[in-house]
Ligand binder design. Structure first.
Ligand code: TPP
Length: 528
């Protein structure tokens, strides 16, 4: 059965299996080896799972994660939940005790179906009599809108067994045009024609559909300002005159004021999972997505349901050019946004926004950048200008700390010739730093920029706001250089923008470089 699973994954082109094995994984590892599916040994199931998630973000195909039974599977839950709320396709596979012992055995046995069900689109056991069909269903369910994880258990007495269902039939991929459903009493075209200040807010599903060119064409035709959701950044070039910023990251009040200034908001592939604050827009909303507006986080009296790229193109074809936003209004907003982004800088120290600006000036334009969770993410999310979709990876659904290093590792395996930069807080790195050893052993020349402030700043700021002491939010400094060296990486601490630029510009070949960027967190205090 293991070979059949591996062969199906190979046929589907899902990439390496990221995982951590145990007893019931032995046959599967051998199956992968025989079939020619690479196995990447993360240092923990949770981080291996996040590598699989990042692979799914990059490739659009399910990333594959593996764990053993019991503690391996419980460790994997976080990554599966991350993929679930980040709308990322994933196939997570865990070993399980022999079927005959499952009902009564206690040691290391947890009910995996119950464990994973709330954070998976589908949970099943793969059995010899249905292996081909379960794998086909797993692939289809993981990739179908909204994409997400499926979890498969592989009992120990099945993994090496002969399969009765050895059918490898892949589900179809790709989208054929047409077939939009419009729900509402009014046509979207009519609502758009009435609008004087239309605004497009695009999100994850627009990115997954590669709808950037269609969004720009629609915006230009109707004069719509464009706002990005964090996980969709790069779908539309941020230097376009109509681009007005990223929602729910740094400078958020300014962004919401701007969105509120629109008289019509077109939510294109915008997933409410990224909303942190309640939706406060009072103007009319049109929901355009591959799934209906079942969340009802915002009210939309018109829904256009279908493949996002095709839906936007069809709408654009139906419309005449109209004037829309005065570009000078968008320009003024952009200047205000830039000023707000740099607000609170302290002179004589390195500020968090300096790190981002410096990095943007040095790294290759097509670099893949990953960011972790914390105060730094809010600045990266607003300030970083990715060169295209899937060029800035972040988790903004579950938002689990410890994402960016495993994501950077997956990115470098996925695109070895592309520069990969990982931004992380010192708290987030401490959670997953053992993966640096994996990066070194695989010769992945990634650069890890650590915002060194000895603080779980995002939480410490909340304590400050309530005049509480910094209890449980201060972390001791780690010697970045020695820590990196102990993981067979290079390490350096920089205190100035010049030193940071030099480190980022250096050629580290295939040895990972950890750059501790010592920052003052004062700017965060002024901003958030
Ligand atoms: C796994 C996990 N635990 C806790 C949190 C809550 N949390 C969000 S941001 C943050 C602080 C992050 O600190 P650090 O990595 O140093 O980044 P900084 O905020 O200083 O930029 C915490 C604890 C989380 N998002 N994920």
């Amino acid at each position: 059965m293991s070979e059949l699973i591996a062969e199906t994954l190979k046929a589907a082109g899902t990439g390496p299996v990221f995982g951590y094995p145990g007893d019931p994984s032995v046959e599967f590892l051998e199956g992968c080896r025989k079939v020619g599916v690479d196995f990447v040994l993360g240092r923990r199931e949770g981080t291996a799972g996040l590598m699989a998630e990042a692979w799914g973000m990059l490739s659009g195909k399910p990333g594959v994660a593996l764990s053993t039974l019991g503690p391996g599977s419980t460790n994997l839950v976080n990554a599966v939940a991350n993929a679930y709320l980040d709308r990322t396709p994933m196939i997570a596979i865990s070993g399980q005790i022999d079927t005959k012992r499952q009902p009564t055995f206690t040691h290391q046995v947890v009910d995996q179906h119950a464990l994973f069900a709330p954070v998976s689109k589908y949970v099943a056991s793969v059995a010899p009599n249905c292996a081909g069909q379960v794998m086909r269903k797993a692939l289809r369910v993981a990739a179908a809108p909204r994409p997400g994880p499926v979890h498969l258990s592989t009992p120990a007495d099945y993994v090496g067994a002969e399969v009765l269902d050895s059918d490898i039939t892949l589900p179809p991929s790709g989208t054929v045009h047409h077939g939009l459903t419009v729900v509402g009493d009014q046509s979207p075209q009519h609502a758009i024609r009435q609008a004087k200040r239309p605004l497009i807010l695009f999100g994850i599903s627009a990115m997954q559909s590669d709808a950037g060119p269609e969004i720009v064409a629609l915006a230009e035709k109707i004069g719509a300002a464009i706002v990005a959701s964090p996980m969709a950044k790069g779908t539309v070039a941020e230097d376009l005159p109509l681009f007005a910023g990223t929602l729910d990251m740094a400078c958020n009040d300014l962004m919401w004021d701007f969105v509120n200034g629109a008289d019509l908001v077109l939510n294109i592939g915008f997933d409410a999972v990224e909303l942190i604050k309640p939706w406060t827009v009072t103007s009319q909303v049109i929901h355009i997505d591959c799934v209906p507006n079942t969340d009802q986080i915002y009210a939309a009296d018109i829904e256009v349901i279908g493949p996002v790229k095709e839906a936007v193109a069809a709408l654009t074809d139906d419309l005449e050019s109209q004037s829309g936003y005065d570009l000078s209004d968008v320009n003024t907003h952009r200047a205000d946004l830039q000023q707000a982004f740099d607000a609170g800088r302290v002179s004589g120290v390195m500020n968090p926004s300096d790190v981002i600006r410096t990095a943007q000036g040095v790294v290759a334009p097509d670099a893949i950048v990953t960011t972790d969770v914390g105060s730094h993410k809010l600045l990266v999310g607003q300030g970083w200008r990715p060169s295209g979709p899937r060029k800035l990876l972040m988790t903004n659904g579950l938002s689990s700390m410890g994402f960016s290093l495993p994501a950077a590792i997956a990115a470098k395996i996925y695109a070895p010739e592309t520069e990969v930069i990982c931004f992380t807080g010192d708290g987030g790195l401490a959670m997953v730093q053992s993966e640096l050893r994996l990066a070194a052993s695989m010769g992945l020349g990634i650069k890890v920029v650590v915002f060194l402030d000895q603080s779980l700043n995002r939480i410490e700021l909340k304590q400050m706001a309530r005049q509480f002491a910094s209890t449980g939010t201060v972390i001791e400094e780690t010697d970045t250089e020695k820590m990196a060296q102990s993981m067979a990486c290079n390490g350096i601490v920089v205190e100035t923008e010049t030193a940071l630029a030099e480190a980022l510009g250096s050629d580290t070949g295939n040895v990972p470089l950890v750059i501790g960027a010592r920052i003052s967190p004062r700017q965060y205090e002024a901003q958030f």
